[in-house]
Design a protein around this ligand. Structure first.
Ligand code: PMT
Length: 401
């Protein structure tokens, strides 16, 4: 799977820099071409001569070659690579990446990178556990980068043994897995709904919910990484929620009615749809044209039902199309989800419960149970990017069956 792949390997100033030699050897052994970009601090830990001997390429560190003054184009590197791996990645580099501080060749290359980026953090536990490092890692993950770590990932509640760089063979295995999955959804068209809907009351107020769009965006990224063409229909989400992957086409909507219309238009040409949005079931009967004033002690807002997007797609579903729904429950979780599975004609439903800490709205993690007509599978609490992988693996299984 790595045969012929072009990998930019970023090395930063960590004691784990020596392990990058092992990474290079394994990548080269599997037929990959490796171009090292090293930070000035990285060169204090490992010499460019060793690295260029292993890669058979000059190591890039400065914006200009010290030998003949030629300019090293970070833009060209960004276009050349099939993947960028930063291993080891120090807290300083992770911080600069998260904030776009382009003061060395490695960061400019990262900012120009068109290929997926993998980051293997390496630092001591205190630095790793610091809220700013954790926030930077979350930011980088939200930008669609892949964090490679030992154990269950940086969002795990236990920090024991954390910060240590993942072993070279496991890092290479993550890249291999990525490239083997990259084509598993090639050419498939996927509709994904994400985020909340806002139902207008008057020009300044709305009925909404706490959905951030994180779960839906993680699903969109995962499908796009596997080669699918994704139509992401999302309700109002924060401007930090970006979709840089070229396979993702995004339609922003506000209300359930707008989401319904976009889904009706898109679904007939889709292979599958995953409905992750938290759609308002009701909307005000009338929208006041001016800001409503406080009068009296009570106010009554009359509501009418919104279209049920999932149920309408369930009715439209043709042979060969797959429909996946979500259920966010607070009580009688499994039986409620089972009822929705049937009523909305889903092929399977992903249950998340507000009774599980770290699951559901706004969190970076989720804890799900996948329910099919044949049974259910429970998963542990994981980052939403990992949860998305579990869901898409199940989807590929259902579609291959
Ligand atoms: O966005 P995050 O902050 O990351 O949070 C993720 C999430 C909690 C929103 C997500 O994981 C989730 O559970 N989404 C579905 C929430 C929900 O509204 O569930 P529901 O049980 O009300 O709806 C069941 C299914 O029908 C869902 O697939 C929903 O998208 C769909 N639906 C519901 C109502 C409606 N009018 N139209 C719909 O399509």
């Amino acid at each position: 799977m790595l045969q012929g792949k072009k990998i930019v390997l970023g090395i930063t100033g960590s004691i784990a820099a020596y392990k990058s030699c092992l990474i290079i050897r394994q990548l080269v052994k599997r037929g990959a071409e490796v171009q090292v970009v090293i930070t000035p601090a990285g060169k204090e830990f490992i010499t460019p001569i060793t690295l260029s001997a292993l890669t058979s390429k000059p190591v890039i560190s400065e914006f200009f070659s010290q030998r003949d003054g030629t300019w090293h184009s970070h833009v060209d590197l960004g276009l050349w690579a099939d993947a960028m791996l930063i291993a080891p990645a120090t807290a300083s580099t992770i911080g600069k990446m998260a904030h776009g501080v382009a003061d060395n060749m490695l960061i400019t290359t990262y900012l120009s990178m068109k290929a997926p980026v993998f980051i293997a953090p390496a630092m001591d536990l205190d630095m790793y556990a610091h809220p700013s490092t954790q926030q930077n890692l979350r930011t980088l993950q939200a930008y669609g980068n892949h964090i490679i770590e030992p154990g269950t990932g940086f969002l795990a509640s236990k920090l024991e043994g954390k910060g240590r760089m993942e072993e070279p063979e496991n890092i290479v295995a993550v890249l291999e897995d990525f490239f083997s999955q990259q084509t598993s959804m090639a050419g498939q068209k996927v509709l994904i709904t994400a985020g909340p809907t806002y139902e207008k009351i008057d020009p300044v107020r709305f009925i909404g919910n706490y959905s951030s769009g994180k779960m839906g965006f993680a699903l969109a990224n995962e499908c796009a990484n596997r080669g699918a063409q994704v139509e992401l229909v999302c309700g109002p989400v924060s401007s930090s929620m970006q979709t840089p992957h070229p396979n993702i086409h995004r339609t922003d909507v506000e209300s359930a009615q707008e989401m319904y219309e976009a889904c009706q238009r898109l679904f007939p040409s889709m292979k599958l749809a995953i409905l992750c949005a938290a759609v308002a079931d009701f909307t005000p009967v009338t929208v006041a044209s001016e800001k409503m004033k406080r009068t009296g002690d009570e106010m009554v807002i009359r509501l009418k039902p919104n279209p049920d997007i999932a149920a309408s797609l369930g009715e439209m579903k043709k042979e060969g199309q797959t429909l996946v729904g979500f259920a966010l429950e607070t009580n009688d979780e499994v039986s409620n989800a089972q009822a929705k599975l049937k009523k909305k004609n889903f092929d399977f439903i992903v249950l998340n419960s507000l009774n599980d800490a770290g699951a559901g709205f706004r969190t970076d993690t989720n804890k799900i149970t996948i329910i099919t007509s044949n049974g259910k599978t429970e998963y542990s609490l994981k980052p939403k990017s990992e949860v998305a992988k579990d869901i898409i693996n199940q989807l590929e299984e259902v579609m291959g069956a």
